[in-house]
Design a protein around this ligand. Sequence first.
Ligand SMILES: C[S@@+](CC[C@H](N)C(=O)[O-])C[C@H]1O[C@@H](n2cnc3c(N)ncnc32)[C@H](O)[C@@H]1O
Length: 202
Amino acid sequence: MTLAVSILILEVWVIVHLLVYTVLTGISPVPTTPRVRSKMLEAAPGEVEGMILDLGSGWGSLAFAFARKYPRSRVVGYELSPIPWCFCLVRLWLRPQPNLAFRRIDFHNAPFKQAGLIVCYLFPGGMHELKPKLERELNAGCLVISNTFSVPGWGSDRIHVADDQYATPVYVYAMNRKGPSAQTSDPEPLSKWCPLVGELYS
Ligand SMILES: C[S@@+](CC[C@H](N)C(=O)[O-])C[C@H]1O[C@@H](n2cnc3c(N)ncnc32)[C@H](O)[C@@H]1O
């Protein structure tokens, strides 16, 4: 077998793996863009009490950035898709970040009890499935920061709007003893209709 054929087989294998896990999880490992990531970092507090969890860590775009911002907090990226997960392990080996780890598991089976901050970039169905677990397990004081997709039925404390061509919303939720701090219906991301709105609440 020639080298070219081996490379072709490897490429097909990688693509098939990525496609299979996209179907299984409902979302491809598309990364959070740098502008949205900056907005998420900006939306996060100065200090985080407890662990930082990236639910579906993909290629590590959020996990690495949050681990760098919070060197004293333990950051864990949960990812089911093997190739992005392996990529993150190699990335971590090349650029060690002592407070960061990646686990290849379904985040629905991971404990959230010690979380002080949850970050995610999922999809509407994923947020819907995640909601009962968040309500069951998150402690008062924990923050949830979600790229693009809101938690259905939770009114967010703040919606930041990224400085990109889609005016991507970043939803911020703070848990209190009774659950998310404002249980109102989701506000429409005004920025989708009026890009000049900029930051809605900050
Ligand atoms: C859109 S990507 C976001 C990646 C990264 N968090 C970022 O923002 O750059 C979503 C990732 O979530 C992963 N994912 C979806 N459902 C999952 C689950 N139940 N458990 C673990 N990973 C999951 C997918 O495999 C995908 O890599």
